[in-house]
Design a protein. Structure first.
Length: 139
C-alpha cells in the first residue's frame, strides 16, 4: 500500500528533501503572517530557530521569566528563515534584531519585554501560573 502525498515520493535525493523542507517552511510561515484572527502565543519553553520567527508574528506574546529567544541561523551557516529578518526588525528594533540574527545572541525574556516583543512576563514560582493561563486564553 502506498500513501499519496503531494510532497512524498520515492525520490531520496538531497535536492528532493530540500525542496520539501523549503515548501513546508514557506507554508507554515505564510499561515502565521496571513492569520486573520488575533494570534496569542504563550511561551513556556525557549523559542529557537523558526519557532522564534513564527511567534514574532503573534499579536500578543506572554512568557515565563526564564524563557528566551535564540536564532542560531548564522552560527550554523544558514540564512534566517520564517520571515525572521523582516519581523524581528519590526518587533525587536534593528539593534536587537541584528544581535539575534547576525550574532546568534540569546535574547532573554526581560530583554524581550523591554523592547516590546513580549507583552507580559508571568512568574509561576510566585503563583502567577493561573494568571498566565487566563491571559493566554483570553488574548
Amino acid at each position: 500500500m502506498k500513501f499519496a502525498h503531494p510532497y512524498i515520493q520515492d525520490d531520496t535525493s538531497p535536492q528532493h528533501w530540500l525542496k520539501i523542507f523549503v515548501a513546508y517552511n514557506l507554508n507554515i510561515t505564510q499561515a502565521f503572517y496571513t492569520h486573520s484572527k488575533i494570534l496569542v502565543s504563550a511561551l513556556n519553553g525557549p523559542a529557537i530557530g523558526i519557532s522564534a520567527a513564527l511567534i514574532a508574528f503573534s499579536d500578543f506574546i506572554y512568557c515565563l521569566p526564564s524563557k528566551f529567544l535564540l536564532t542560531p541561523f548564522s552560527s550554523l551557516g544558514l540564512v534566517a528563515e520564517g520571515g525572521a529578518s523582516r519581523v524581528f526588525v519590526q518587533r525587536l528594533g534593528i539593534s536587537k534584531a541584528n544581535e539575534a540574527l547576525i550574532m546568534s545572541k540569546r535574547i532573554t525574556a526581560e530583554e524581550l519585554l523591554q523592547v516590546g516583543f513580549v507583552n507580559k512576563i508571568f512568574d509561576v514560582e510566585k503563583g502567577e501560573d493561573e494568571k498566565f493561563r487566563n491571559c493566554a486564553a483570553r488574548g
